[in-house]
Design a protein around this ligand. Structure first.
Ligand code: 2NL
Length: 344
């Protein structure tokens, strides 16, 4: 029996040594240490031995089992290590390869123009005020001196949600809301950017949805010369230091007097060209002195307080600045258009 056990040990160790992979090794384990394996068989046959021999053979059988067990474990560790090394070699990553370029997003050209204009006015001490696009008839029209039935309402037909609730046609309602919050005390110095809506037919220069930036200053002793100086500074920052501006008389229900504001042509320096249609001037915004009715409705004493206001379309500014020929380009998300305005 001793010889049989030594022989089993020798055979097992030899087969363990020859096992090429984990499966082969497991087959060896099952063959030698399994319930029906040869060692179990030897132990079962111990009944035929003289009693004093039994402990010795038992101890030897355990030794052999132990030795095989240890050899199996050592080999298993070795095979597993080899497996890891094989995988590492096969899946090696070349960290020096150039990466795939990431497609970066980019601010929309309109967003850029709006932010540029915001920054410009923030630099002059203005605060940015934003508010709801769904408005009441009161803030969109009534509070701006446009009572029901006023003929100027025709030019700003809106999308109505109910009789009294509509999509704002300009950002002025936010100016009226801000004035109200000041409870009759100045100064108010804000710009209001945002989306606005008009019941209109889309073409190269009209859109039913567009953006607007309005500005408002209310305080004691605000004069038309303050408006002109502010807008000249604005025009020079946006279109170049050499620019000048001019006022032409106009009409808005919420300002009196009202003006259209032109900037001297940045293409031809006022000589006359295609951009300014030979006039040397380009219309960029509308403005005026805040109508006393508008001040009073917002809670300001129009004997003590005066103010100026102005409104412009960022689409128009962007079209002039970048030579864009159709307002619809802004809303179609065509990457061929948008990629021309990548921020560098
Ligand atoms: C334009 C002209 C303008 C205003 C907007 C305004 C707002 C209040 C009071 C008085 Cl709360 N005025 N806004 C004034 C003059 C002109 O916009 O052509 N926008 C594109």
């Amino acid at each position: 029996m001793k010889e049989r056990l030594y022989e089993l040990k020798r055979q097992a160790l030899e087969q363990i040594g020859q096992a090429r992979d984990l499966k082969a090794l497991n087959d060896v384990r099952v063959a030698y240490l399994g319930k029906k394996g040869p060692i179990t068989e030897v132990l079962r046959g111990m009944g035929a031995l003289p009693p004093e021999e039994r402990p010795k053979i038992g101890a030897l059988a355990n030794e052999v089992r132990e030795a095989i067990q240890q050899a199996l474990e050592a080999k298993q560790a070795k095979l597993e290590q080899e497996e890891v090394e094989r995988k590492l070699a096969a899946e090696a990553i070349d960290v020096t390869l150039p990466g795939r370029p990431v497609k970066l997003g980019n601010p929309h050209p309109l967003t850029r123009v709006i932010e540029e204009i915001e920054d410009l006015f923030i630099g002059m001490g203005y605060t940015v005020a934003e508010g709801p696009e769904v408005e009441t008839d009161y803030y969109n029209f009534e509070a701006l001196n446009l009572p029901k039935g006023h003929p100027a309402r025709d030019m700003q037909d809106s999308f109505y949600i109910t009789e009294e609730i509509l999509l704002r046609t300009h950002t002025s309602p936010m100016q009226a809301r801000t004035m109200e919050k000041h409870r009759g005390r100045g100064p108010v110095k804000i710009i209001c950017p945002g989306k606005v809506y008009r019941r209109d037919t889309d073409d190269a220069t009209h859109s039913h949805q567009f953006t607007q930036i309005e500005g408002l200053v209310v305080d004691r002793n605000i004069r038309m010369s303050d408006l002109k100086g502010t807008l000249r500074e604005f025009a020079r920052k946006l279109f170049g230091e050499g620019r000048d501006i001019r006022f032409r008389p106009s009409f808005f229900p919420f300002t009196e007097p009202s003006v259209e504001v032109d900037v001297s042509c940045f293409r031809c320096e006022g000589q006359g060209c295609g951009v300014c249609k030979g006039t040397g001037w380009i219309e960029i915004l509308g403005a005026g002195m805040v109508h006393p009715n508008v001040l009073e409705m917002a809670g300001f004493d129009s004997k003590t307080y005066t103010g100026f206001a102005f409104g412009m379309g960022p689409e128009r500014i962007a079209m002039l600045k970048y030579g864009i020929d159709d307002i619809r380009h802004f809303y179609q998300n065509d990457l061929r258009f948008l990629r021309q305005f990548l921020r560098v």
